[in-house]
Unconditional design. Structure first.
Length: 85
């Protein structure tokens, strides 16, 4: 099993996406799963959020995790704005 990381920034939060190739016995090629972790500007880091949905390419797996991370950040920002007086 191999894994790779890709890091980007979205709305002030560092997003690290990781994908792993999982070898299967039914095929000569593997499938890929992904996960992400968020790091705020003050250095606070979330737990890794892992997705067990298999994808045929690492690009698709990474894109899925990145989109989920962006959705989570957007949801947190909306939630913070709605509780601010």
């Amino acid at each position: 099993m191999t894994s790779r990381d890709r890091t980007s920034t979205y709305k002030g939060t560092t997003v690290t996406v990781r994908w792993k190739e999982i070898k299967t016995t039914s095929s000569s090629s593997g499938v890929f799963i992904s996960s992400y972790v968020l790091t705020s500007m003050n250095g606070t880091q979330t737990e890794w959020r892992q997705f067990h949905t298999p994808f045929h390419t690492y690009d698709t797996a990474a894109a899925y995790a990145l989109a989920e991370a962006y959705r989570f950040i957007d949801l947190q920002n909306r939630s913070a704005r709605s509780t601010t007086p």
